[in-house]
Design a protein around this ligand. Structure first.
Ligand code: ADP
Ligand code: MG
Length: 382
């Protein structure tokens, strides 16, 4: 595919904050944006040239998107892969549908990670309730049961500490069908590597992020991650191995656990820009959103180097009020709000990015702001 240049129209399936930040990056270069999303006035629609209000698999909506767009990308993985195949007959979708099929199903994801030769936590596929009872005796506790499809931000998961949790786990299988049972990894910290590749075969990764989760939702990212050079190199090597195996075009976010011995286990994949890469807007020489557009449009990829150490903290519904107050107090914080109308508890409303020369001070400042209840540890555990 030849490189696509402005004023082409980029179509985005999905209209949340990831679509919005992709759109803003693309518009800087003079592209126009069409977006397909069922919500009226969603985060991406607010900045798009051509909002299309329809379900992601609505044939009329998809037809409209294909007519308006010169090329199509997506901002999340839970879209219908067959619809994407249909769409490809009418408009280029450089990322294809295979990556979507794999990353929207934890079973396929685990199988592909194993085939790529990267370590994952021990796991078993559980098709029905009886399967769980049959296996748990030998598999053991603590473990974690995850629905094969549809989970996000810790939804669709049950942690199993003892037999007492079996009833809740059985209910998850009953409600959702096939699940993946995983051993609980006693990790020191979580990291992620965002890797991006174009049709020219160029691959670039963003600086490795250290991620702090609260209630299984990303709370903060610290970059550079507080890991050794050896662990960093291994993380990047594993991400490259996966990208090669999947013949990636576009963006792949690879979430990993690092244990106290520095061993890495790959947790999950996302075929799109990732919350743990939002820091890159200010702190990388090419943000994950700019690079995503480059990779999908077959532009040469730009170096993505860390400009300065950085902390990104998510703003959920319950943090909105404090964040609005902080705008007056912290001129060195970069505020990103996604334009969502209702500030529901645990809903991702925005994030703040703080470039820093003194991580200790910055973590203390975040803590003293009183916006967030969780304290980010001064020292990475290890
Ligand atoms: P999602 O992000 O789609 O909700 P994840 O599988 O990434 O699902 O789980 C969310 C979080 O739950 C992880 O970031 C991690 O903190 C915790 N978690 C998930 N699986 C495990 C595991 N096997 N061992 C330890 N912690 C886990
Ligand atoms: Mg995750």
């Amino acid at each position: 595919m030849t490189m696509i240049k402005p004023p082409a129209v980029i179509g985005i399936i999905g209209g949340g904050q990831l679509g919005r930040m992709m759109a803003l990056a693309a518009k800087e270069a003079g592209f126009k944006i069409a977006v397909l999303d069922p919500a009226e006035d969603g985060p991406c629609a607010q900045v798009a040239d051509y909002p299309i209000i329809a379900a992601y698999d609505d044939p009329a909506g998809l037809e409209k998107l294909s007519k308006l767009s010169d090329i199509v990308t997506y901002e999340f993985e839970n879209i219908d892969a067959d619809s994407l195949d249909e769409l490809q007959k009418h408009v280029p979708v450089p990322q294809g549908s295979d990556l979507i099929r794999i990353t929207q199903n934890r079973q396929l994801e685990k199988e592909n990670l194993t085939a790529a030769g990267v370590p994952v936590a021990d796991y078993k596929i559980i098709e029905h309730e009886q399967g769980l009872y049959d296996i748990i005796g030998t598999f053991g506790f603590p473990s974690i049961l995850k629905t094969a499809t549809g989970g996000y931000d810790g939804k669709g998961q049950v942690k199993l500490m003892s037999n007492d949790d079996l009833a809740e786990a059985a209910e998850l299988i009953h409600q959702n069908g096939t699940c993946v049972l995983e051993s609980f990894v006693d990790f020191d910290l979580e990291i992620s590597v965002i890797i991006q590749r174009n049709e020219r075969g160029e691959t670039v990764h963003q600086p490795v992020a250290e991620n702090v989760h609260v209630n299984q939702i990303l709370h903060a990212s610290i970059v550079p991650a507080r890991i050794s050079q050896a662990v960093r190199e291994n993380a990047v090597k594993l991400a490259n191995q996966i990208a090669d195996h999947l013949q990636l075009i576009g963006t792949l976010a690879v979430e990993m656990f690092v244990d106290k011995n520095g061993e890495i286990y790959v947790n999950e994949l996302a075929p799109r820009p990732h919350n743990s890469g939002h820091y890159s807007i200010e702190a990388s020489t090419c943000s994950q959103f700019h690079q995503h557009i480059r990779s999908v449009l077959n532009w040469p990829l730009a170096p993505a180097e860390l400009v300065k150490p950085v902390v990104m903290v998510n703003v959920l519904g319950q943090h909105m009020e404090g964040t609005l107050d902080a705008m007056e107090k912290y001129p060195h914080w970069s505020f990103h709000l996604y334009g969502k109308h209702e500030a529901k508890t645990n809903r991702k409303m925005g994030h703040v990015t703080i470039l820093t020369d003194d991580l200790e001070n910055t973590l203390q400042e975040i803590d003293e702001s009183g916006i967030w209840q969780t304290r980010i540890k001064q020292e990475a555990q290890s």
